[in-house]
Design a protein around this ligand. Structure first.
Ligand SMILES: [Zn+2]
Length: 339
């Protein structure tokens, strides 16, 4: 019996040990399982938290290059780009900046690549729009000599004297006239390249004197001029509107050589900026195109804000010590919708 008891006791002890080992085993197993669960769950949480809070790494954008649009093949902004991100988030790419695929010119644009955390990578590129004028309809071409002895040559419906394009109420430019490779004067504002440096110099020199001269509007397409003209007629009636707004096809702004500055209103007349421009713009190749007292000649009211770029040589001849001579008077042509 003692043996039996001993045996029993021994067996009982052995059972307790086994039980303890089993319990420890189960506990260790549970710890392992919980550990594994805890290991993976917070990990995926980390990723989520990281995605919305801690991911400050920009996505990468490679392959950016300047693009050309010739009007013959489709414009593809994206297929040549390589985009990637550290956290495999969804990427969103856009092109920002203004461009017009119907107007030749160089447009400064920006790719903006964004990941889901809002980190952005930006890269600039230039879009050159260079469309050949397609299928030009037959336009008038002729030569004539003005009463002042200058040759006025109309080529495909566009009038020139000594290389200066002439646009007024007698000489329109075709609806589809494209000034060619235009560049930005300021954001969204385009002019022909030769106008940029002289205008910037004019602005810079005048600012040294405490004057604030700025571009308000320069190139306008036929379509934009049409909208303006139509709105002005609605507002002021045709007769009044035509003293300050050109019919579409008759606006010098279509040439890429005209700049309206500052307020573009009668309030500009007599300001120090206006007085300085009247006396100095010729030194930069600009003229006051619609001078005071010449309304019957130009067909427009006095517009001290409207500058036309003609180059320094002609501007010096028209300046006339501040009593401006018009292009019409100097070269000898009219400005009249009926002629
Ligand atoms: Zn103007």
């Amino acid at each position: 019996m003692p043996n039996g008891i001993f045996y029993m006791k021994g067996r009982s002890i052995m059972n307790k040990k086994r039980l303890a080992i089993l319990i420890i085993g189960v506990v260790l197993f549970l710890i392992l399982v919980i550990g594994l669960v805890l290991h993976f769950v917070p990990n995926s949480d980390d990723k989520k938290v990281g995605a919305f809070v801690n991911d400050t790494e920009k996505p990468t954008l490679n392959g950016v290059q300047d693009l050309t649009f010739d009007g013959k093949t489709d414009l593809d902004f994206y297929s040549h780009l390589q985009m990637s991100d550290n956290s495999n988030e969804k990427l969103d790419i856009t092109v920002t900046g203004d461009y017009d695929l119907t107007v030749n010119g160089e447009y400064n644009l920006l790719y903006v690549l964004k990941d889901a955390s809002g980190n952005t990578e930006e890269q600039e590129f230039v879009l050159t729009v260079d469309i050949e004028k397609g299928n030009p309809t037959k336009k008038v071409s002729y030569k004539t000599v003005t009463p002042k002895g200058y040759t006025l040559e109309v080529i495909d419906g566009i009038a020139y004297i000594e290389g200066h394009i002439i646009v007024n109420k007698s000489y329109s430019i075709p609806k589809d006239y494209n000034p060619g490779k235009m560049v930005y004067l300021e954001k969204s504002q385009m002019v022909l390249p030769e106008v940029v440096d002289p205008f910037k110099q004019l602005v810079s020199d005048s600012s040294q004197l405490g004057l604030n001269i700025y571009n308000a509007t320069c190139y306008r397409s036929y379509g934009f001029q049409n909208t303006l003209y139509t709105n002005y007629i609605k507002r002021d009636g045709k007769e009044a509107a035509e003293t300050y707004s050109a019919r579409p096809g008759y606006s010098e702004h279509h040439t890429g050589l005209a700049i309206d500055v500052n307020s573009v209103s009668n309030a500009f007349a007599g300001t120090p900026e206006s007085v300085w421009l009247n006396d100095n713009c010729h030194r930069y190749g600009f003229i006051i195109r619609y001078p005071k007292g010449k309304e019957d000649i130009t067909g427009y009211q006095y517009e001290p804000w409207h500058l036309r770029y003609v180059g320094e040589e002609l501007a010096a001849k028209l300046y006339n010590n501040g009593d401006w001579i018009t292009m019409e008077e100097y070269f000898g042509f009219t400005s009249d919708y009926n002629k």
